[in-house]
Design a protein around this ligand. Structure first.
Ligand SMILES: Cc1cc2nc3c(=O)[nH]c(=O)nc-3n(C[C@H](O)[C@H](O)[C@H](O)COP(=O)(O)OP(=O)(O)OC[C@H]3O[C@@H](n4cnc5c(N)ncnc54)[C@H](O)[C@@H]3O)c2cc1C
Length: 301
């Protein structure tokens, strides 16, 4: 099928793109890598009056190290850059570890980091991984009636972006412009693992973990997120709470994994029952926590 007719805008600056969106009466839609949006348009799952192509906006495609050892990632950064850029491997090795599991190389070459976050697919790798890393998103729009001139911006913890399946807190006149990833501290380790039927397929279930150990070996902070195990990308707070303040022994890690498997809300489909997905949630949470703790121990100051 072909998409319904639409107007096409190809701005070259962020301000131009925000202006087109603000004039769109809620019916203009950003086009990033097009790897999710174009198939949806072809199936006529939604038909915006205007497509605002972000691909010529160079100021949205960047990866920049920050003073705290973290990263600023522009929304139009291609997913493939996460696996190739040495600053990502240094500052956020979890991103570099997970990126090759996103679809196929051809799709990662076009698909963007911002597009994946804004699409809000609970089966996508990047939302879960960036949740585990404690990332924030910067969002911009043009002023609305009664507001003074200039760009209006807000910054949200990534978890506040997700309101439901494929549904975010982004307003139709807003663009996700940047992702801020905190730096990895001494004593902090991360890990990622997923199970997919074939390389390049969406995960049946996946897990990401971040663990921060104090010098005495106890866990100061932990974060666990699951892929394709609930209606939205989400953190498993019960699992993380099991580890905070205690030594992350294999027994404690198993407790955390049980908590994750109980708290998640997987749905059955042709690739696996709910029980099978809970089993995978437990298994993969155990594995990523064990690896993250091992890596954290190597980095304790
Ligand atoms: C065959 C196939 C397999 C795939 N497998 C996987 C997989 O295993 N894992 C995975 O994570 N993904 C997978 N994908 C999806 C792929 O990663 C997409 O690239 C991604 O979901 C969307 O990114 P995009 O840049 O292509 O966004 P687009 O498709 O252009 O846009 C997606 C949505 O986000 C909105 N949007 C885009 N950018 C912004 C922005 N800056 N601000 C506000 N809204 C914005 C768009 O309006 C649209 O609603 C697959 C895709 C295909 C075609």
């Amino acid at each position: 099928m072909k998409p319904a007719p639409f107007e096409y805008a190809a701005p070259t600056t962020l301000d131009e793109a925000l202006s087109v969106l603000s004039r769109g009466d809620g019916d203009a839609r950003p086009l990033a890598g097009g790897q999710s949006l174009v198939p949806m348009l072809n199936f006529r799952l939604g038909g915006p009056a205007t497509l605002v192509d972000l691909n010529a906006i160079e100021e949205l495609a960047f990866i920049e190290p920050t003073a705290d050892g973290g990263l600023r990632i522009g929304a139009m950064t291609r997913q493939v850059a996460l696996e190739r850029d040495p600053s990502v491997r240094r500052a956020a090795p979890l991103l570099a570890e997970a990126a090759p599991s996103i679809a196929h190389a051809q799709i990662r070459t076009r698909g963007t980091v911002g597009g994946s976050l804004a699409h809000a697919d609970p089966a996508a790798e990047l939302p879960a991984v960036l949740l585990a890393l404690g990332a924030r998103v910067r969002i911009a729009r043009r002023p609305r009636d009664g507001e003074s001139d200039g760009r209006v911006e807000r910054s949200l913890p990534l978890e506040d972006l997700y309101l439901g399946p494929f549904f975010t807190a982004l307003e139709p006149d807003e663009l996700l412009v940047e992702i801020a990833v905190p730096g990895l501290r001494p004593g902090e380790g991360t890990a990622f693992e997923e199970l997919a039927r074939r390389s390049g397929d969406y995960a049946i279930v996946g897990a990401a973990a971040r663990v921060w150990l104090r010098a005495d070996g106890a866990c100061e902070e932990a974060a666990v997120s699951l892929i394709n195990a609930g209606p939205t990308p989400c953190l498993l707070e019960d699992a993380a709470a099991t580890l905070r303040g205690v030594s992350p022994t294999p027994e404690r890690i198993e407790e955390a994994a049980v908590a994750a498997a109980e708290a998640c809300e997987p749905a059955a489909d042709m690739h696996g029952s709910e029980a099978y997905r809970r089993h995978l949630a437990r298994l993969l949470t155990t594995r990523v926590l064990l690896r993250a703790v091992g890596r954290a121990r190597e980095r304790v100051a």
